[in-house]
Design a protein around this ligand. Structure first.
Ligand code: AHR
Length: 325
């Protein structure tokens, strides 16, 4: 009796073992699918806008469950080219590039294309001989931002006989600097009352905005308008304007672009007259496009952000929610 129980138990044990072995053989242990890897070359940290943009893109990649390789080029195109080459060597699935300037990308983008890695431009555009070197662009319509600034000025100066303008522009050969200048002039050009008395390069930096304005004010204080291509430079310029005993927003019309919290605060205080919004909060849209590219899908050639203009005439200025950058 005891012997037959032992035999029965042994048979049962063998059967269990066979079942376990079979199920293992049928279902190989599957490793979870690899998250797509996105390489992001950010151009620098020149402004509050840029810092906000970086923060937003990093957070969006996490929300989208993508692996992000982030490299900051510290204001150097050479560093951006190196970053793209390291993304290629690492065989990322998609490259996103916020290019500091428009020219000089052909060779490295050809390398990315030859490696079969799609490339998405974020924030700024580029000029290349072959448009198929990148998959698409997501960011602001800088030309329209310039026009919006111009339209505000037209309205604001309707009754003025002459309007002397100082322009502080952004980084040379960058899309926002080029297009914000063109769009602004497009609106004012037919009207002989508008005169650009100075147009200087402030490189999108607060320190340079201050320096440029200080230098200009040493030569002349007969200025009706400051049109500054970003808030960082505007805040610097306002420092110089106030130090010269001029009231910004009253003695001098101040028009700026971006919509950083600091600029909105000065708009509320009457020291800035118009803020043309340029939003850095594009991370979720960037990641949605990255996912499509990683899946081999087509994306639109151009995706523009929706933006608005804040002016001294707005009734709801006090209710503008915190900007987050
Ligand atoms: O490319 C966007 C511009 O770059 C923003 O206006 C500016 O603040 C940033 O440095």
């Amino acid at each position: 009796m005891r012997r037959s129980i032992v035999i029965l138990l042994s048979v049962l044990l063998c059967l269990c073992l066979i079942i376990v072995l079979e199920s293992c053989a049928q279902k190989p242990v599957e490793s979870p699918p690899r998250k797509p890897i996105v390489g992001f070359s950010q151009l620098g940290s020149e402004s509050g806008w840029r810092v906000g943009n970086t923060r937003d893109i990093i957070a969006a990649a996490e929300r989208a469950d993508l692996q992000l390789m982030y490299l900051n080029a510290d204001q150097s195109q050479e560093n951006q080219i190196k970053a793209i080459r390291s993304f290629i060597a690492y065989q990322v699935d998609v490259i996103t590039l916020a290019p500091i300037v428009e020219d000089g990308w052909d060779t490295v983008l050809r390398e990315a294309k030859d490696a079969g890695i799609p490339l998405l431009l974020t924030d700024r555009a580029i000029s290349v001989s072959d448009e198929t070197l990148y998959a698409g662009f997501i960011g602001s319509d800088f030309l329209e931002e310039g026009r919006r600034a111009g339209r505000f000025l037209l309205e604001k100066t309707r009754d003025m006989k002459r309007v002397r303008i100082v322009e502080i522009s952004g980084t040379e050969n960058s899309t926002p600097a080029r297009e914000r200048a063109i769009g602004f002039r497009e609106v004012l050009d037919d009207d002989p009352r508008y005169e650009f008395i100075r147009s200087v390069n402030g490189d999108f930096l607060r320190s340079k905005g201050l320096e440029c304005m200080e230098n200009i004010l040493k030569e002349t204080t007969d200025i009706d308008v400051l049109y500054s291509h970003n808030d960082a430079m505007t805040l610097g310029a306002i420092e110089a304007i106030e130090a010269a005993g001029i009231a910004p927003g009253k003695d001098m019309i101040i028009i700026t672009v971006d919509g950083e919290q600091g600029a909105i605060d000065l708009l509320k205080q009457g020291k800035i007259n118009c803020v043309v919004e340029c939003t850095p909060i594009i991370g979720d849209t960037v990641m949605a496009l990255v996912k499509k590219l990683a899946a081999g899908e087509e994306i639109p050639r151009v995706t523009y952000s929706t933006e608005r203009v804040f002016t001294e005439w707005d009734e709801d200025l006090q209710s503008i929610p915190p900007r987050g950058y």
